[in-house]
Design a protein around this ligand. Sequence first.
Ligand code: UDP
Length: 253
Amino acid sequence: MSRRRRIYEGKAKVLYEGPEPGTLVQYFKDDASAFNNQKRGVITGKGVLNNRISEYLMSRLGEIGVPTHFVRRLNMREQLVREVEIIPISVKVRNVAAGSLSKRFGIPEGTPLPRSIIEYYYKSEELGDPIVSEEHITAFGWAAPQDLDDMMALSLRINDYLTGLFLGVGLRLVDFKLEYGRLWENEEMRIVLADEISPDNCRLWDIKTNDKLDKDRFREDLGRVEEAYQEVARRLGIFPEGGPGEVKGPKAV
Ligand code: UDP
């Protein structure tokens, strides 16, 4: 591992040069951060679980025709992905009021939204990832209008699919954050889903108890953080109960 060239190190992942041109190895760490890096910690086993959860969700999305950067999982903590040009915009999709939306508008957490809401944020740690409008994005050249149309359409499809998938295992998909990249193939450019989808960037609440099964347990010091990540993997049928070899299918509730 140490002999590979490190391309980028983020808060929760490291990207290494991949085995073939145009590929990268995405390594999932146990490190956790929140509030623009002001809170830091370790969630033991998170990297292994997020690697599996993201593999599972990206694979299902690929099967319904959502283009993603995911190629295959390599081992416990690593997956092979296509190298893309990351668009500096995070897309947040919200179904239920929580987090910064509840704060900004004074809407109590847990209020269902009349329809799904999409928000864009400019990815800049020094500026604290400010919320931006489509006008800002196109005026400053962060993405073209066509890129934004693609990102919006894909995000809504992903939301529809994942809402149903999580509902099937007793979880409410409250909100989540997506990242996209540009993939060039023979002069043609496609917008593809990048980064990861895991309890690090989704809010997932138990349908019956409203128990939080995501990174809010770390952000809000709610305890049982590791257990929450394990529970999501278990419900998706990808938590190896009897050792790493044993993986069952999704568990309906
Ligand atoms: N989120 C994320 N990375 C961030 C900020 C938020 O993945 O840097 C996710 C978060 O887990 C939640 C969704 O985006 O599922 C909406 O987050 P919100 O804007 O409410 O911000 P937060 O309250 O998490 O700061």
